[in-house]
Design a protein around this ligand. Structure first.
Ligand SMILES: [Zn+2]
Length: 219
């Protein structure tokens, strides 16, 4: 079974299980079956709609098919006020802790800030950084702090720091994703198995174990 831990849109991209991400405006597309992450993306945070968007997220997040809150986080290269991004992120951290659900994080050039927030809140739930893009040292430090990391396209750029981080992480700390990309999860799994010198069966089993552990799902 191949799991895509972060993907947008209704199409499964060939995965057996998808953690489909929904923005507040997409919440009406949610079905009773399937599994979802629902959150307010840092690019979409607006002062005028912050409260209503977070109410939509909170109402959806209480549903059992919503396994995680997100994607949420901090993006330092987008022209959205950092103060506002952090306010939205903090409220979603509090929601995730209240609902006892993990988070899916969007993080661009804000890894230190996100680590500090995790140290401040001390959630027991894991935080999964999608599209991880930082150094191997940062990845190892973050695993130690209770983060998990998801990889997709960057695995095809073998010299990238993200791919180097992927090579060094314990397999228990890893997930695979397609996000918005027009390649399949099959291609990502094939590349990941090749890089880590694993059989496809071993990789699939590991990703299933990581999924059940992260989302506290009893098999
Ligand atoms: Zn995404």
């Amino acid at each position: 079974m191949k799991i895509d831990i972060h993907r947008h849109g209704a199409d499964s991209g060939g995965a057996d299980r998808v953690l489909r991400n929904l923005f507040p405006e997409e919440v009406p597309q949610m079905h009773a079956e399937g599994c979802y992450s629902v959150g307010l993306h840092p690019w979409l945070v607006k002062e005028e709609t912050l409260d209503s968007d977070l109410e939509t997220v909170a109402a959806a997040a209480a549903q059992p098919q919503v396994l995680a809150i997100g994607e949420a986080g901090i993006d330092k290269i987008k022209p959205v006020s950092l103060e506002l991004q952090e306010r939205a992120f903090r409220r979603q951290i509090e929601l995730a802790m209240e609902l006892d659900k993990p988070m899916v994080l969007h993080c661009v050039k804000a890894y230190n800030e996100i680590i500090l927030l995790r140290k401040e809140y001390k959630p027991i739930q894991p935080w999964l950084v999608h599209w991880f893009y930082a150094s191997p040292q940062m990845a190892l430090e973050m695993v130690h702090q209770g983060f998990l990391m998801s990889f997709g396209l960057t695995l095809f750029y073998e010299k990238s720091k993200a791919c180097r981080a992927f090579m060094q992480l314990p397999l228990e700390g890893i997930f695979l994703e397609t996000d918005n990309a027009d390649y399949s999860i099959e291609q990502v799994y094939t590349q990941a198995a090749r890089l880590r010198d694993l059989s496809m069966t071993t990789l699939e089993k590991q990703m299933e174990t990581n999924f059940t552990t992260c989302f506290n799902i009893i098999k």
